[in-house]
Design a protein around this ligand. Structure first.
Ligand code: VG1
Ligand code: CO
Length: 542
């Protein structure tokens, strides 16, 4: 029954920030997905007879690759697979399922915030037994294997019915189709005071959650509408669609503009949120106030003790390097350690496993805790709701209180998407070449204090990750970070992260664009963005 299929290696299967992401037409080439999955299995050991979790965000091609993965798992000797019904598992739910069932690992089929459909993106990510993304040592091994692979193992078996709960077999391997939502929703009930949130909603607090036709629809409907009693219709765009309704399932002010408009309207709900393709991101908007993800991390850290799961306090806080330093100020105020990691959730796993940190976050709308090993969109929404229920204040009041206490880190990210790779590489190389001479120089009235290419040494295992983004720090605490995205599928995406700190007794109500204007000018002067990319404006500002 087991078939050994000869194949030829592809040279472009290097996992990026979060798994391998390519256009569907690339993934649909004969043997392409198979090569990658076999390379994953070939990079692992001792999984015979063990359990693998498989699920995805429901995008186009999801079901096809799930069938491929099930057959290959059977042929490679896994003892069982757990598959979300309909091939659906949000990224945080998959992380929880791996942990709950002590699975060996999991395959998550998603390109997250990237658009879906026959002409759009697909992705595959491998998560290890702690429920988190494979660390670099494993993704490097997978990439090395993709370059030499010459065969993969599969079986000649019919498709599994993904829509019917229960057990079947493929060869000797058990295939269990499970409800994708229940275990995850149950976990959320153990972390938060659902009674308090339910009472707040019953007394008139109105919510709006935009699932962006992506994976969180069924999760949000179950948790917000069924378990917490929010009005029907609280969840909008709640049906997962293979093409996400033609939109980017990226919860930012550009792609979630309908939610933003609703939250800025005179009759706005009290609390608005959105999540991304695979359910690990969160966008938070209060009535009349957008909360930047960096501020949201800081606010959640400062208030987490109000939720049952975090009542005993936090061990520490970790943020990715480009994320604003607002969370560091909270850590200092709480007297707990703050960690700065490279971009991507895979760098938080060891810190969480070691109990060094409880909360982690990224400026890209990702926040999470030690309850799983992925960022978690609905978790962040529920922690916010729990805080609102206890404090009895509006989102705006809570944000303004925070700034009045800790000061405000004005922050924005400018993305230049799909620029020619050569230009983007040249921009980064030119900056890198100037790093040693920049300190002490003045740009647009700002004096450079230090400049470096961020390198990270994991405090738990000593592993080193270099070239994680160029940071230019100015006197007074302002920063500009330049890095190239590792999740795009066309050309290069340049991300420019801008941050300026305003102390609590300074001006806390500037428009962000005004507050950052000198930094925006300095970024252009330092990097020659227009000269290298041909762009005069970013495509997306978040
Ligand atoms: C982006 C974000 C990063 C995030 C990653 C995966 O990576 O910047 O913070 O961890 O996406 O998120 P990059 O390399 O494009 O900047 V998800 O929700 O797309 O899996
Ligand atoms: Co995501």
């Amino acid at each position: 029954m087991i078939q050994t299929v000869e194949t030829i290696a592809f040279d472009d299967q290097k996992p990026g920030t979060s798994g391998l992401r390519k256009k569907v037409r690339v993934f649909a080439q004969p043997h392409y997905a198979q090569n990658f999955i076999q390379s994953v299995f070939d990079s692992l050991s001792d999984f015979a007879g063990k359990t693998l979790v498989i699920g995805g965000d429901g995008r186009y091609f999801n079901r096809d690759v799930i069938q491929v993965a099930i057959r290959m798992a059977a042929a490679n000797g896994f003892g069982a697979v757990l598959v979300g019904r309909g091939g659906i598992l949000s990224t945080p739910a998959a992380s929880h399922m791996i942990r709950l069932h002590h699975a060996y690992g999991g395959l998550i089929l998603s390109a997250s915030h990237n658009p879906g459909g026959p002409d759009e993106d697909f992705g595959i990510k491998y998560n290890i037994g702690n429920g988190g993304p494979a660390p670099e040592a494993i993704t490097d091994a997978i990439f090395a294997r993709t370059k030499t692979i010459d065969r993969y193992l599969t079986m000649d078996t019919p498709d599994v019915d993904l829509d019917r709960d229960g057990d079947t077999r493929v060869g000797t391997m058990r295939v269990r189709i499970v409800d994708p939502v229940t275990d995850y929703a149950d976990l959320m009930e153990t972390l938060f005071d659902f009674g308090a949130i339910r009472a707040m909603i019953a007394s008139g607090t109105r919510l709006s959650f935009d699932a962006m036709h992506a994976v969180t629809g069924p999760y949000a409907t179950e948790i917000l509408e069924c378990r917490l009693g929010a009005a029907p219709g609280t969840v909008v765009n709640g049906t997962p669609l293979p093409d996400f309704g033609g939109h980017h399932p990226d919860p930012n002010l550009v792609h979630a503009h309908e939610l933003h408009a609703r939250m800025m309207a005179p009759d706005a709900p009290d609390f608005g949120a959105a999540s991304d393709g695979d359910g690990d991101r969160n966008l938070i908007i209060g009535r009349d106030i957008f909360v930047t993800p960096s501020d949201s991390l800081a606010l959640l850290a400062a208030n987490a003790h109000l939720a049952p799961a975090y009542a005993k306090g936090l061990a520490g806080i970790a943020r990715s390097m480009p994320t604003s330093q607002a969370a560091d100020r909270v850590a200092a105020a709480l007297g707990i350690p703050a960690y700065e990691t490279p971009t991507g959730w895979k760098f938080f796993g060891t810190l969480l496993d070691a109990g060094l940190v409880t909360l982690c976050g990224e400026e890209s709308a990702g926040t999470g805790s030690d309850h799983v090993r992925e960022k978690d969109g609905l978790w962040a929404v529920l922690l916010w709701l729990n805080i609102l229920a206890v404090r009895g204040q509006s989102v705006a009041d809570i944000v303004h209180d925070h700034w009045a206490r800790h000061g405000r880190n004005y922050y924005a990210r400018h993305d230049y998407e799909g620029v020619p790779t050569a230009g983007a590489d040249a921009l980064m190389a030119a900056l890198r070449a100037r790093l040693v001479t920049l300190p002490g120089t003045t740009v647009e009235g700002l004096t450079v204090a230090t400049a470096d290419d961020f390198a990270y040494t994991d405090p738990t295992d000593g592993s080193v990750s270099r070239n994680q983004g160029i940071r230019i720090l100015f006197d007074g605490g302002s920063r500009i970070v330049f890095r190239l995205s590792g999740t795009g599928t066309e050309g290069a995406t340049l991300r420019v992260y801008l941050e300026r700190y305003e102390p609590a007794d300074g001006t806390l109500d500037h428009a962000v664009a005004d507050a950052l204007a000198p930094l925006i000018a300095a970024a252009e002067a330092l990097a020659g963005i227009t000269a290298h990319t041909g762009r005069t404006e970013p495509d997306v500002i978040t």
